[in-house]
Design a protein. Structure first.
Length: 319
């Protein structure tokens, strides 16, 4: 019980100081990731999608990033907010990303210890573990599931138990490993986007750069290839068999994962990040929404928007 409480409390206090510059942690890289954008024509199209969603729904704001996977170039970065007077430009300044459990970066941080595998099974009990609750705890949780399935259904209970098995009571090491994967923006959306783009590139981390800038490699390989490939499979199955199915398309495989959490008060923040085509990624996409109260879920609010962006980019490439 003491061991559980120490680790769970550590996970619940994941806000640490930002990582600066390049450093080495366990033979892996941590780099700089700050940048801007863009492709005006694509941004206009993306803005139309966001504006329609904000007009039809009671959401506070929405942000969409589109990155060219192989180069790290930001093709679009659009943020809009809904006001009584209409939809207006908005700056997403949220800077506490690690205050909540991160799915894909945490999954990789667990695998690299070699103490857990995607097939490792964890009992989610009734969906409640200490102060951590799964989104379906009122329905009794997921029971026994393996770690890959936990990624696909976003079981924080399973992740907390996996963290205990992989890191013991040293939750700080777990948090530092996750932090290392998020570049120099560990508490901003850009850090998460940089990480997913690295996974799409087979582990090669690039700095996010503007159109016209040269690509910059931050790290040739952020983790052993076998663990990157395991994460890639998990992200693909999170869409094909997990809760993010509506992000997928019949004609193209999408790999993605997301999360929903309370930002402050009654404000919920939903994030979904992924890439496509899963087998040969060309674009990395991130969708962020914020709204008041329930219902709220990245799986059924962010995912359909990602699917629309996938359609837009696929159609553009064909034309």
């Amino acid at each position: 019980m003491i061991r559980k409480n120490i680790f769970v409390l550590g996970i619940l206090m994941m806000v640490l100081s930002a990582c600066t510059g390049k450093k080495n942690l366990g033979g892996e890289c941590c780099g700089q990731a700050t940048a801007k954008h863009n492709n005006p024509e694509l941004e206009t199209t993306v803005a139309e999608v966001i504006k329609e969603c904000l007009t039809e729904n009671d959401w506070n704001n929405a942000t969409v990033y589109v990155v060219e996977t192989m180069t790290g170039k930001i093709k679009a970065n659009v943020s809009l907010m809904r006001k009584d007077t209409g939809v207006e430009p908005y700056a997403d300044t949220y800077n506490q990303e690690r205050s909540q459990m991160l799915g894909a970066p945490a999954y990789l941080a667990l695998l690299v210890t070699e103490k857990v595998t995607p097939e490792s099974v964890f009992d989610t009990e009734g969906g409640i573990y200490g102060q951590i609750k799964d989104h379906n705890w009122r329905k009794g949780g997921y029971g026994e599931i393996n770690l890959e399935r936990a990624l696909g259904v976003r079981s924080q209970v399973a992740f907390a138990k996996a963290g205990e098995q992989a890191y013991g009571t040293d939750s700080t090491a777990f948090v530092e490993k996750v932090k290392c994967y998020l570049g120099d923006e560990p508490d901003r959306a850009e850090g998460i986007l940089t990480f997913y783009n690295a996974v799409a590139n087979g582990g090669r981390m690039l700095k996010l750069v503007t159109e016209g800038e040269d690509s910059i490699i931050l790290c040739e390989q952020i983790a052993p290839r076998k663990h990157i490939e395991a994460l890639q499979r998990g992200l693909e199955r999170s869409v094909s068999d997990g809760v993010f199915k509506t992000a997928g398309r019949d004609n193209v495989k999408v790999a993605a994962c997301g999360r929903t959490f309370v930002k402050e008060g009654e404000t919920r923040r939903m994030e979904l990040c992924g890439y496509f085509p899963a087998e040969n990624p060309k674009y990395t996409v991130m969708v962020i929404l914020e709204k008041e109260g329930l219902p709220a879920g990245a799986a059924y609010m962010c995912a359909p928007i990602m699917a629309q962006i996938v359609d837009i980019l696929s159609d553009s490439d064909r034309n």
